[in-house]
Design a protein around this ligand. Sequence first.
Ligand code: PSU
Ligand code: MN
Length: 405
Amino acid sequence: MSCLLRVTSRVQLARSLSITRRYATQAFVYSNEVRDAKADGKPIVALESTIITHGMPYPKNLETALEVEDIIRQQGATPATIAILKGQLTIGLTQEKIEYLAKAKGVIKTSRRDMAAVVAAKKDGATTVAGTIIASELADIPVFVTGGIGGVHREGEDTLDVSADLTELGRSKTLVVCSGVKSILDIGRTLEYLETQGVTVCSFGESEEFPAFYTTRSGYKAPYCVQNSTQAAQMLLTAHRLQLSSGILVAVPLPKEHAMDGDLIEAVIKRALVEANEQGIRGKEVTPFLLAAVSAATGGASLAANIALIKNNAKVGADIAVQFQNLRNANNLENPLNNGSSKKSRKCTTNFSRQFHTTCRARGSSCSGNVITNDTSGDVLVIGGSNVDKTYRLTEERLQKSAQD
Ligand code: PSU
Ligand code: MN
């Protein structure tokens, strides 16, 4: 005998869920390492790839990318460098793939605007901070480490050159660890814009000042300060509980011994800005041009500082990811109905059926690409059937009794 358990008749919702599933499962692939970490509920740290293709020259870009990944592993987390390879959004790159990117020419710097175009054309794309946040959200990776984020450019009030990193931070649940923004940008306006976008900006450690990448001081106070990884992880957990869906930026000053002379950097940047203007550099080319010009003018010093700070950030970010995972697990033990945070739900980001059974509280599930998030009705929807076989055994005695009856 077989029967179908029908709990709800919302066929239309079910249909749209299955359509979303078909698209969602095609959106990205994991490396084996990241897939295993996901399955085991281990902390993962996302890493961008524009820093490899557009931020540093070969072979330093390759060495740094691999070292940063190792630092994250040493801290007990799994690195997930993110890029688009021949149109495939890939979460976690093998060493071979990182090597390919580090040497490749013509890889497209991929921000939100570029994502669909690069994927559709099956091209190679290196994800910026904005692009990497999008991928981290899809893959439910809450912590992402980089060197510097984009910002409001100097004279941005005229050019409207404002990095898409800022708006992306404003609409993501990701915590991004960086060393502030380079003073090629207008730091004051960048902080204003982050406030408008609802991004919780925190300095990390003792100082309450927002760092300026090459220098520990920018002249601007960060609105909040987290003194250690635990506090940062608590901030992230709280933001998730509040379902803010706006990001957190943790700004870690570069190690003091690598800090550069602020006046020297300022002079170099002023010259680079004039050059960019004279050469008619516009749009997405501006940031890589300025980075390269500063690097060239300061010799190896700025590159060394850049490498030192990203390694330091990797350590801090991995620590935050580990602490966050611990908090999340503890939080679930205390409150098993606290959806979206359980180990089970984390495991299920690409397995729709498991996701469905483990996170079907109606509101605000945080599973990536989660189609349930918008279902606010509170109903539980179960799709599936149940086969029940029954076997009857009749005894001789009983048969005879039936015959007599
Ligand atoms: N700032 C840096 N190093 C970088 C970048 C910015 O100090 O490598 C890269 C990051 O990938 C960032 C992007 O997301 O540049 C911002 O570019 P744009 O300003 O065009 O949004
Ligand atoms: Mn720009």
